[in-house]
Design a protein around this ligand. Structure first.
Ligand code: NAD
Length: 423
């Protein structure tokens, strides 16, 4: 249980899940474990009130957060989420997972996250812009290109990043493109950013199969979620010889043992907003998705999809976490016992933040790279990070998730020790 007065004492909160993960890692930290409480406390939590005048003339208040979990290795980095259920507890946990993700890939960032308790679908575009600008001004105290760099997350996008960049720039009196990433290309955004997470899922999957001695050619892949991450990952796997045997989104599940035509499936998505009625495959019950025989299963939709019950049923060699937190802790143990390799989100979906890092570097130098350079560098960074995590797992005989935390937390605490405590 957390001993922080400002978080709920609930066994099931996201922050408690994170604390349990830290406990699992401490035995592998050696002398650095004396710094472990650093990981159990966010460095800084800012809660802000966001009042805006709605189109009907009434005034509405929204609650916003920016949490910087750890800044030992560099400025904060992490997305901004707009959702009616966002809480301080959740933002704290998400910021801590960003500390781990950034350190696992050795990006020179700490971990941060932001959120506003709002249902953006209930706001007009004008209201959404007002909310975003006031939120940015309120957290302007703690963000900046060398302090903390927000990015898109659930329900935020390039337009919202453009408004954040403009607001911050107006407040400081200069155009500061590097204050946020995930911007449109015309405002200092990076080529390759849109497909970066899916591309990264593929790179990490390819490396996993190589370690397991499985040929990528003809490998059977099933993907849950055909959005930004799932569709790009499916496209990359299919383009490299894999067969995408099942895809599921919120409109249904399609199955084709000889492989779905991904280009046609993308066309179906564009035309109908979902793939459930795709004629190029057999429609199966949603629950049957988890029974399809595969080599690689990619949950790339929502959190907690791979439950204990489904973990007992799935027939696959590898679970490759495209989504954040798709596997419940209980399911994780079951998959481990069944000898299924689980490649954790902190490395499998780190392609997005890696290209965000490239965007930030390009903004600083005002010199933009080609898409080929970006894809090449992304591949090299992720493959290198994966190698280190795999070797750590082998060395300690621990799951890849724990190994990723060992690699990441060692980096964070080493930085803390070398910097020393101020004053
Ligand atoms: N976009 C990124 O760069 C990025 C980076 C890291 C992690 N992630 C994580 O990846 C996951 C997916 O993100 P995204 O950007 O692709 O989102 P998205 O909104 O583009 O796509 C989500 C997909 O999930 C499907 N889906 C929703 N509810 C479902 C349900 N009940 N059953 C089956 N499918 C369902 C949707 O139909 C859609 O195809 C999230 O967990 C997100 O946090 C995204």
């Amino acid at each position: 249980m957390s001993n922080l007065s400002f978080v709920p004492q609930s066994e099931t909160s996201a922050w408690q899940t994170y604390l349990a993960q830290v406990d699992r890692v401490v035995p592998y930290l050696g002398p650095l474990s004396r710094w472990a409480d650093t990981l159990r406390r966010p460095k800084r939590c800012l809660i802000v009130d966001i009042p805006i005048e709605l189109d009907d003339g009434t005034v509405s208040h929204f609650e916003g957060y920016r949490v910087q979990h750890n800044l030992s290795r560099g400025p904060g980095k992490g997305g901004v989420r707009y959702h009616p259920d966002v809480t301080l507890d959740e933002v704290m946990a998400l910021s801590a997972w960003m500390t781990v993700k950034n350190a696992a890939v050795a990006l020179p960032y700490g971990g941060a996250k932001g959120g506003v308790r709002v249902d953006p679908k209930k706001l007009s575009r004008r209201e959404l812009e007002k909310l975003t600008r006031r939120y940015t001004s309120e957290i302007g105290l703690v963000i900046g290109p060398d302090k903390d760099i927000p990015a898109p997350d659930v329900n935020t996008n390039g337009q919202i990043m453009a408004w954040m960049m403009d607001t911050y720039s107006m407040n400081v009196g200069a155009t500061v493109t590097g204050v946020v990433t995930g911007k449109p290309l015309t405002l200092g955004g990076s080529l390759g950013r849109v497909k970066a997470t899916g591309r990264g899922v593929f790179v990490v999957g390819r490396e996993t199969l190589r370690r397991l001695g499985t040929d990528l050619n003809g490998v059977r892949v099933a993907v849950q979620g055909f959005g930004n991450v799932g569709s790009a990952a499916a496209e990359m796997f299919a383009g490299n010889g894999a067969k995408i045997v099942a895809v599921q989104d919120h409109t249904g599940t399609v199955y084709a043992p000889d492989g779905l035509d991904i280009a046609n499936l993308m066309g179906e998505l564009r035309a109908h907003g979902g793939i459930g009625n795709f004629a190029g495959g057999e429609r199966i019950a949603d629950e049957a998705f988890w029974d399809v025989e595969t080599d690689v299963l990619i949950p790339a939709a929502l959190e907690s999809q791979l439950t204990a019950e489904r973990a007992r049923r799935v027939r696959t060699k590898v679970v490759l976490e495209g989504a954040n937190g798709p596997t419940t802790p209980e399911a994780d143990l079951i998959l481990g016992e069944r000898g299924i390799t689980v490649v954790p989100d902190v490395i499998a979906n780190a392609g997005g933040v890696t290209v965000s890092y490239f965007e930030w570097v390009q903004d600083f130098s005002s010199f933009f790279w080609t898409e080929d350079e970006i894809n090449l560098r992304l591949d090299k960074i992720l493959a290198g990070a994966f190698r280190q995590i795999w070797e750590t797992a082998e060395h300690h005989r621990i799951p890849l998730r724990t190994a990723a935390f060992v690699v990441a937390c060692t980096r964070v605490l080493q930085a803390r020790e070398e910097r020393g405590l101020y004053p």
